[in-house]
Design a protein around this ligand. Structure first.
Ligand code: DHB
Ligand code: FE
Length: 286
């Protein structure tokens, strides 16, 4: 751990605080019994004790940790830090259940927003002229049950960063629903969405999450990705992400959220657009 001076930079503050404000607006509740809470916290403190002894943690290091935790809160970066370094294990424990054969999930991350405007099955994502300068991506496929039957009226929520790595509603100056939409599948469960090829995303390095990464010579990159949430009544909802074959950082995601089943391999068509087909399989609700 290194010394941390307090940096004043508006961008980490802005996106961190926006993610924190959004999360604070959600209702947060778990039915954890006192017995279960005790079992968990005892294991947490046992692990902390073991690490402290194993690495002979110094008082200076302890104070740096305290300072860092205070800064994470002040910068509003707990959603960022937790979703990068912790969420992937939570996702695996909760959604990689034995017996599920549907599409794999991946982390939600801090930038999901509910109720993105509805779009027809064949559509273009809301985007600015500057977004149209990026390589177009045609993303098409079908939502089915695990036996391959199309699910009509399923919703495919898609959200992703622009070519500079910014998400609407979390970075300033971007129209509210830019690159966000709720696509409704047609009578066969199909969708065909025109969007843009996203770029790798660098998590903000100008705040405490960045200091954390620098302190151990890590890198702050997530591979280019699309975020998706797919729903149909009676079926288990999937929150996932799709990545790109051969993309920078696809093999080395700071958030450890890539799964081989979630990697796309788009091909160029005659118009220079990237085209890719991917289907979502939904398991029946338990
Ligand atoms: C973060 C950003 C993402 O776009 C994502 O998918 C996961 C995490 C983050 O900055 O924490
Ligand atoms: Fe993301």
């Amino acid at each position: 751990m290194t010394d941390q001076t307090v940096h004043e930079d508006p961008s980490a503050h802005a996106s961190g605080n926006a993610a924190t404000d959004k999360f604070k607006g959600e209702s947060v509740k778990a039915d954890t019994t006192p017995e279960r809470a005790r079992a968990i916290y005892q294991d947490v403190f046992k692990a902390i004790g073991e690490i402290t002894h194993k690495h002979q943690i110094t008082y200076d290091e302890y104070r740096v940790l305290k300072n860092w935790m205070i800064q994470v809160g002040e910068y509003g970066e707990w959603p960022l830090w937790l979703d990068v370094f912790v969420e992937h294990e939570i996702e695996k424990v909760n959604y990689d259940r034995k017996g599920y054969t549907g599409t794999k999930g991946s982390i939600e991350g801090p930038y999901y927003v509910e109720d993105a405007p509805k779009l027809p099955w064949k559509c273009e994502m809301p985007m600015r002229d500057k977004d149209k300068a990026a390589t177009p991506l045609i993303f098409k496929g079908q939502v089915t049950d695990v036996d391959g039957n199309g699910l009509s009226g399923a919703t495919v929520e898609l959200w992703h960063a622009d070519e500079e790595g910014y998400y609407s509603q979390f970075a300033p100056g971007i129209p509210e629903w830019n690159l966000r939409g709720t696509i409704v599948t047609n009578e066969n469960g199909e969708y065909e969405i025109k969007t843009l090829q996203p770029a790798p995303y660098q998590i903000p390095t100008d705040g405490p999450t960045g200091w954390f990464i620098l302190s151990h010579d890590g890198h702050p990159w997530r591979p280019a990705h699309l975020h998706l949430r797919v729903k149909h009544p009676g079926y288990r909802e999937i929150t996932t992400q799709l990545y790109f074959e051969g993309g920078e950082w696809t093999e080395n995601d700071v958030a450890t959220a890539v799964k081989p089943e979630l990697v796309l391999d788009p091909k160029k068509n005659d118009e220079g657009q990237n085209v890719v087909e991917y289907g979502f399989k939904l398991d029946k609700e338990d």
